[in-house]
Structures are given as structure tokens and as C-alpha cells.
Ligand binder design. Structure first.
Ligand SMILES: NC(=O)c1ccc[n+]([C@@H]2O[C@H](COP(=O)([O-])OP(=O)(O)OC[C@H]3O[C@@H](n4cnc5c(N)ncnc54)[C@H](O)[C@@H]3O)[C@@H](O)[C@H]2O)c1
Length: 247
């Protein structure tokens, strides 16, 4: 893998999958822009990989416009979850989740594609989810946003193909990150069961492989999509789901 001379931008790069994806991109030689609303984590990840930290709230369209446009590898990864039945779901929270997980990726594609087209090469990696392909109750905003990201990714694939730009989704099941650790704690409290039982009986109920995915395993697939053998993969959604979707 040789990404020397390339520039990457990873949203949500301060934690979990985004942090895990930033390191191998930098190790392959790319200059990595680490974008996160959490200043400390963005700065520490950027410092560790000799990247550049950008402390930005991706729900703020104007702030997104201030991010670099000269990007060859765009990893749309930032995300958040809110668990609630539809009839109780706060509308502002629903709108925020669409803004961060659909509108920000669109705005970033919009501003980075001209550079990719000019260079005849680009990689857009959208960290979607199995919830981009399947639904779960009580996750209306997240499931709607991930399904929206899937559509956006496919349109970018069609438009980018003539310019050497691919766009794909990576679709993990449950990954061991702070986002999921928060859900485990919440469900353990809600159901009055130990956290291990939440993982085995609730989260991994549909997965054939009974363990959480490690962030590095998802990061490796993001990197692979930027490599020399994956230029024909575009408009795809790649499940990393331990067999969840096989049912
Ligand atoms: N953890 C999982 O099981 C799992 C499974 C499938 C998909 N995903 C997806 O992977 C992506 C990364 O999730 P993660 O598990 O690493 O979560 P995480 O909480 O560890 O990291 C998400 C990062 O996004 C940042 N972020 C959130 N809202 C932001 C905003 N408005 N502006 C800027 N930064 C913001 C957070 O500060 C955080 O650093 C998300 O899109 C998530 O939906 C996660």
C-alpha cells in the first residue's frame, strides 16, 4: 500500500473506527486530516500520526465548508446513536443525526470531488453499518441516516467512475468502540442484566460469530479500498457482520 503524496480526511477520527482508520492511512504515507468535535482526542490522534487535527462540529455546514478540499481519500465515518421509540424520538435529535451522518458526507463529497476529478483518482469510504442494510427497532434516525448514506455512496460511485473515483460503504455489525460500549451499559441498566449478557443475547443475537468486531478489522477494510487491487469495487456495500446478513 503506497499512499505517499495522497491526502486523506477522516471524520470522527478522534475515536473508535475513525481513530483506527487514521493510523494505517498515515502509515501508508498519506497526510491525514483528523476531523472531530472532540478537541483533545482529535489532537492526540493527529499528533500520534503526524496528521492535522480539525476541531469541527459536522452538524455545522459552515464549519464543514472550512475543511480542506484537496483530499484524495475521504472517509465519512463520524456518527452517533439515539435509541428511542419513534413516538418519543426527539425531532431535533433526529435532524442532528441526519445532518452529521448524511448531509456532512454530502457536503464533504461536494467539496472534495473536484480535486479528485482533477487528479483522476479518489477514494470515498463511507462507514455505514449493517443498519444501512437492515433495520432494528428504536433506532429510526440511525437506520434512516445509514440507508441515506448508502444511496449517496452509490450516486457518488456512478458520477465518479469516469474520473477514477470509487465510492463504497463498509457495513460492520457491532464494533468494540465507545459508541457501542455506551449502548451496552444503557441496555444492561434498562433490562437489569449484566453487560456480557447484553452482548451475547441482544447485540450478537443475529451474528454467527459471537464476538464484537475490533476497530482495526474495520480499518483494514477501509485501507484495502484505497489500495491497488480494489479500483473495480465501487457502489458496493461490504458487510463485516460475522454472518448477521446470512440469515
Ligand atoms: N461501533 C459499532 O458497532 C458500529 C457499527 C457499525 C457502524 N458504526 C459506525 O462507525 C462510525 C464510527 O463509530 P464508532 O463506533 O467508532 O463511534 P465513536 O463514538 O467511537 O466515534 C465517533 C466519533 O465521531 C465523532 N462525532 C460524532 N458527532 C460528531 C459531530 N457532530 N462532529 C464531529 N465529530 C463527531 C465523535 O466525537 C467520535 O469521536 C459511525 O458512523 C458508526 O455509525 C459503528
Amino acid at each position: 500500500m503506497d499512499l505517499r503524496g495522497r491526502t486523506a480526511l477522516v471524520t470522527g477520527g478522534g475515536s473508535g473506527i475513525g481513530r483506527a482508520a487514521s493510523a494505517p492511512l498515515a502509515a501508508a504515507g498519506a497526510l491525514v486530516h483528523v476531523v472531530d468535535r472532540e478537541a483533545e482526542s482529535a489532537k492526540s490522534v493527529a499528533a500520534a500520526i503526524r496528521g492535522v487535527a480539525h476541531v469541527v462540529d459536522l452538524a455545522d455546514a459552515e464549519a464543514v465548508g472550512s475543511l480542506p478540499a484537496g483530499v484524495d481519500v475521504l472517509v465519512n465515518n463520524a456518527g452517533l446513536q439515539h435509541v428511542s421509540p419513534i413516538e418519543e424520538f426527539p425531532p431535533a435529535r433526529f435532524a442532528l443525526i441526519q445532518q452529521v451522518m448524511v448531509t456532512a458526507p454530502f457536503l464533504l463529497m461536494r467539496q472534495c470531488l473536484p480535486h479528485m476529478y482533477a487528479g483522476g483518482w479518489g477514494r470515498i469510504v463511507n462507514v455505514s453499518s449493517m443498519h444501512g442494510l437492515r433495520a432494528s427497532a428504536f433506532k429510526s434516525a440511525y437506520v434512516a441516516a445509514k440507508h441515506g448514506l448508502e444511496g449517496l455512496s452509490k450516486v457518488a460511485a456512478l458520477e465518479g467512475a469516469a474520473h477514477g473515483v470509487t465510492s463504497n460503504c463498509v457495513n460492520p455489525g457491532y464494533v468494540r468502540t465507545p459508541l457501542v460500549e455506551g449502548q451496552i451499559a444503557g441496555q444492561a441498566a434498562a433490562h437489569g442484566i449484566p453487560p456480557e449478557e447484553v452482548v451475547s443475547d441482544i447485540l450478537l443475537d443475529r451474528s454467527a460469530i459471537k464476538r464484537l468486531i475490533e476497530p482495526d478489522e474495520v480499518a483494514a477494510i477501509c485501507l484495502w479500498l484505497c489500495g491497488p487491487h480494489t479500483g473495480y469495487i465501487t457502489g458496493a456495500s461490504l458487510p463485516v457482520d460475522g454472518g448477521w446478513g446470512a440469515r
